[in-house]
Design a protein around this ligand. Structure first.
Ligand SMILES: C[S@@+](CC[C@H](N)C(=O)[O-])C[C@H]1O[C@@H](n2cnc3c(N)ncnc32)[C@H](O)[C@@H]1O
Length: 274
């Protein structure tokens, strides 16, 4: 059909035409639309994709039955919001799986900076548990409103954000994902680092703090503790409104000669070479 159209166009116009056929959109969400087949198509076609798809389905059911409460979203739209975050959650799950597999270092500790209701931690914990990677999962959050002295001038509008959070809700949510060894560290980053029992070695770090100062402090504090082959995933890297985070992370990476992998989701990945 397309070739027939091209031939007719050539006769009528006297020249070849380029026909750009846009295939059907497969995914829409998080300000992104893609026409490629996502990992969860038809339930997934490789072990990791299948395992992620099963987790995603289970979480959707827990949300629908209100066994997981995500207070950061309006109750009426929570299922849609989470569905639209699928590509983000697949990258979380993939990075946590890769970090769980790295050789050496004994148990693999995970850390998350910015936990909120435990949504991303839920996926990462499931990936850890699927591979029995041992260790503990340290969860850092203020579970209180964001403080002005930890925000730059351009981030100032975020002061007081997340004041509605309740750590007990996060604990209930994460209790639904299996018997992981969670360590809850409630307090403001970076000062909570000096007040808590922090892991000596880590395999995976997720940073999702919506602010550049604690993001950089987290990178500085944990870089030497990251095992070779370990993974750092940043959530806010390429989003409008988080330019300070991006600029600071890029400067920090440049000093260490680290190459950043940016995703269309706005996330970014850094690994520590063996
Ligand atoms: C975008 S939310 C995290 C979302 C979570 N990762 C998820 O996807 O489910 C940002 C979190 O960072 C926390 N936060 C922001 N600044 C902080 C700081 N300086 N110290 C500790 N927690 C902070 C907030 O309390 C909030 O829970």
């Amino acid at each position: 059909m397309i070739n027939l159209f091209k031939k007719i166009a050539k006769v009528l116009l006297g020249r070849s035409v380029i026909v750009d056929i846009v295939p059907p959109i497969q995914f829409v969400g998080w300000k992104m639309a893609t026409a490629t087949c996502p990992p969860w198509s038809n339930g997934g076609s490789n072990a990791l994709a299948i395992s992620f798809t099963n987790c995603d389905t289970e979480l959707a059911e827990l949300i629908a039955s209100r066994k997981v409460i995500l207070s950061q979203f309006r109750p009426a739209s929570v299922s849609t919001e989470v569905m639209q975050l699928r590509w983000r959650h697949y990258i979380v799950y993939w990075s946590a799986t890769v970090a769980s597999r790295i050789a050496g270092g004994g148990d693999k500790n995970f850390v998350e900076m910015g936990v909120c209701d435990g949504l991303t931690a839920w996926y990462a914990s499931r990936a850890r548990q699927a591979l029995n990677c041992g260790g503990e999962f340290f969860l850092y959050d203020a579970w209180a409103g964001m403080r002005s002295d930890l925000l730059t001038g351009s981030e100032g509008a975020a002061v007081g954000s997340y004041s509605y959070l309740d750590i007990e809700n996060t604990k209930r949510n994460l209790a639904s994902c299996g018997p992981d060894k969670f360590v809850y560290i409630k307090g403001y980053i970076p000062e909570s680092f000096s007040q808590a029992r922090n892991p000596e070695k880590i395999a995976w770090m997720h940073i999702d703090l919506n602010s550049s100062i604690p993001t950089i402090e987290s990178l500085k504090f944990f870089w030497d503790r990251l095992l070779p082959g370990g993974v750092i995933l940043l959530d806010d890297f390429a989003w409008p409104g988080y330019e300070d985070t991006r600029a600071e992370v890029e400067k920090w990476c440049e000093n260490l000669h680290l190459d950043i992998l940016q995703f269309p989701t706005g996330q970014a990945l850094i690994t520590k070479q063996f």
